[in-house]
Structures are given as C-alpha cells and as structure tokens.
Ligand binder design. Structure first.
Ligand code: AMP
Ligand code: MG
Length: 403
C-alpha cells in the first residue's frame, strides 16, 4: 500500500505525453502547445494613435493650430507637419516621426480656423509604440501551455493559421460487474445501471481526451480479458469495479495475466483504497473501485493528473485553494480521508451525506479536502486546502462586484 503522495509521485514519474500533430487554430482550443512559438514581427507593427485625436507638437500646447490632413486606421503614415499644424488621426492609425503626442478629440476646442489645443500636453502621450505588446523574436506562446479561446487572439495576431499540439489522450473506459446494465437497457429489480462509465466518459472529455467506452464486462477472467484486449490501443484504460477482496474481484488478476506491470496497488485513501495503477505495454491502466463516490474521488485524485500529464500540459499537479471551514466537521481518524464539499468562493461546507456507494453527492461537490490520519475534526473557520473539482463557479446570489 502507498500513500496518496507516493501514488501521485509514481504517476508524475511514469506518465509522459504522446505524439504531436498540426491542426488549424480554430480546432485547437483545449489542446496543449507542443513547442515554443516566437513572434515573427512586432505588435503593434508600427507606432500608432491610442485615441481618436490629433497628432501634435508639444510646443503648440495651449495654442490655436490648423488641421493639415487626416490619417485613418489602414492609411499609410502621413509624412510630416510643422509647428502650428496638426494631423487629425484616428485610433490605430499610424503616426509619423513628426508626431510628438496625440491629443484626444474631446480635449480640443474647435474654432473657425482650426482647433485650440489644451495646455497640458506631455511628450509621447497617447502613442502606442511598435513592439510594446509583443517584440519580434520573443516567445509569445510557450510549449506545454493550454490553448484557450483567448490564445486564438494571440495566434491570429501573428498570422498563424495552424499550430503544433500534442494529440489528445485516448481513453477507453469499461466497468465490471454482472449486476450492471447500460442506462439505455431494460433493467431487472436485482440489477443496477452503470453510472460510472458515463461519468468517467464525460469527465475525461471535459479534461480534453478522446474517449470511448466499452460495454460493461462480466466478472469472469475471460470476459474481463476480452474487454482489456479491445481497449489496448488506448493511452489510458480506465476500469471500475472488481478490485476489492470480493469472491469475484478479478480485475487486477485479468490485467496482470495479460502483462500489466503494477506501478502501485492499494492507496491509503478513504474512500478508494483498492485503486491500482499500472502499465500494459504502451498503455497506462487505472483500476478504480466500483462504488460510485469512491470511483469519482479517485478519478479526481489520480486519473485527472494522469490525463493532464498525458496531455502534455505543464500544469498537471493538483491546484490548491486555501479556504476555511464553514462549520465544524467530525469524522473517523486513522486514514487519509477525502471530504467532498461545496465551496461558495469563501468557505468550504462538507456534504452531509457522502458514503462511498452513493451517487447523489457527486454532483454537489465543488472540491475536496484531504485530511491526515491523526485528524478527526475540522473546526469552524479552520483554514483548509481545497482541491477544486468544479472550477466553473456560478452564484445564486447577486453580489456587490466592486473591490
Ligand atoms: P465492486 O467494486 O465491483 O465490488 O463494486 C462495489 C459496488 O459498486 C457494488 O455495489 C457495485 O454494484 C457498485 N458498482 C460497481 N460498478 C458500478 C458502476 N459502473 N456503476 C454503478 N455502480 C457500480
Ligand atoms: Mg463488482
């Protein structure tokens, strides 16, 4: 048996990202960049005006001046102008070396012959400089970073149409258990719908994987091995069930007989002690317990970092949010216990009911906290470290938004 920390170390140590490919940037959201991208030109490409206004000489502050001509965004820079003259200029239009500052349209007084400039003009004001945003030759998108919708602005601003990214991890999921039926099948009173496989499917998709799931396997070694053989072209096989000490718990044996090297088996974690991690040829394997809440907790704890490491991101560690307990919570000491709870942005409230076999608490958990074996109580307002599960926070309360 290993500790949670040791189990995670083995994941960090063994799992590496897969091959790369080149895809259009519009299809790259959520992908992980496979190399550093260097700017091939400055952004802005040329000095330009930050406002709709006038290109002026500083010495003309407070004076009446004539408008020589107008430069629009998309024009070439106008050549030159002398003291006593200004060029009307629109936001984004190029400035010429003759321009010493830009005065916003709102700050001048219009006269019959021209405009009167304000008295407070400082050199270079309201000019956006070539390269002040991105310098040619510098890295503007780092290898192993995740592409978001906002990265596309960056890529497009450099004229990049296609990008080299790591391939999405391929995950194959199957559950084990004679009692299981798929959610679209008819069910007998003694049977149970397979809720783990759709949960893993969706979560692995959220984490950026190509996912497929096989029909649930029966509990015999033969049936299990049949399923394993069908799953072996995956980067990661994920199973649930049949890993405990029951008479029909053959999942690990089935994988072992096919050549799985065990990287850890059994973790000091509650719930989910039997969780097992291994490698079968080129494919990583995580066997989770069948109990839905235990499976979910161990998915978040071990499968998520495995998927993130496979995906090539440098951000594969569990992030921590420091928060405080909304109320006191007591529990049994003796194990590293995972407590699921709601988080409202300022405090953590453990879910009332969170037994390993339950389904209903799973959807309510915003995050989980991990307690040490000697602990049996978390006090009201005690500071705790929460590992987030759902970071897409929403509020049911209209908040005062100003800091
Ligand atoms: P096992 O880990 O196979 O001993 O299963 C533990 C408990 O989880 C049993 O009550 C199973 O019926 C239940 N279980 C196993 N697999 C699933 C699944 N895929 N979906 C929902 N419940 C499951
Ligand atoms: Mg079972």
């Amino acid at each position: 048996m290993v500790t949670i920390t040791e189990a995670l170390e083995r994941i960090y140590q063994h799992v590496t990202q897969k091959s790369r490919h080149i895809i259009p940037i519009e299809e790259s959201i959520g992908s992980i960049v496979a190399k550093d991208y260097y700017a091939s030109f400055d952004l802005p490409r040329f000095d330009n005006s930050a406002m709709d206004g006038y290109a002026v000489k500083v010495a003309d502050a407070g004076k009446e001046v004539k408008i020589k001509e107008i430069t629009y965004a998309g024009d070439h820079a106008k050549e030159s102008f002398e003291a006593g003259e200004v060029i009307k200029i629109m936001t984004g239009a190029p400035t010429s070396p003759a321009c010493e500052a830009i005065v916003p349209i709102e700050d001048v007084t219009i006269t019959d012959d021209g405009i009167i400039l304000p008295t407070n003009i400082t050199k270079n004001m309201m000019i956006r400089w070539k390269g002040e945003d991105i310098k040619s030759g510098t890295i503007f998108l780092e290898a192993n970073s995740k592409i978001t919708a906002y990265s596309l602005a960056l890529l497009a601003s450099q004229g990049i149409t296609h990008i080299e990214v790591y391939r999405k991890p391929k995950v194959v999921i199957f559950s084990t258990g004679e009692e299981l039926k798929a959610h679209y099948e008819r069910i007998e009173p003694h049977q149970l719908y397979n809720s783990n496989a759709p949960m893993f499917y969706a979560r692995a998709k959220e984490l950026g994987c190509d996912v497929s799931y096989l029909a649930a396997s029966g509990d015999s070694i033969e049936e299990l091995q049949e399923a394993v053989k069908q799953a072996m072209d995956a980067d990661l096989i994920l199973t649930s069930g049949g890993v405990s000490v029951g008479d029909k718990d053959f999942t690990i044996q089935a994988f072992k007989e096919l050549g799985m090297e065990i990287l850890f088996s059994k973790v000091n974690i509650k719930p989910g002690k039997p969780t097992t991690f291994g490698k079968l040829h080129d494919c990583f394997v995580i066997n989770l317990p069948g109990n839905p809440l235990a499976a979910m907790v161990n998915f978040e704890m071990f499968v998520k970092p495995t998927i993130l490491k496979l995906s090539g991101t440098k951000g594969f560690y569990h992030p921590i949010i420091e928060t405080k307990m909304k109320k006191e919570h007591t529990f049994r000491a003796g194990k590293h216990t995972v407590i699921l709870g709601r988080w409202d942005g300022s405090s953590f409230e453990p879910l009332e009911n969170q037994k390993p076999g339950m389904v209903s608490p799973i959807t309510q958990a915003d995050g989980m906290i991990l307690t040490a074996p000697e602990t049996d109580k978390l006090a009201h307002n005690q500071v705790v470290k929460m590992i987030p599960i759902k970071i897409d926070l929403q509020s049911e309360k209209k908040e005062d938004l100003y800091s």
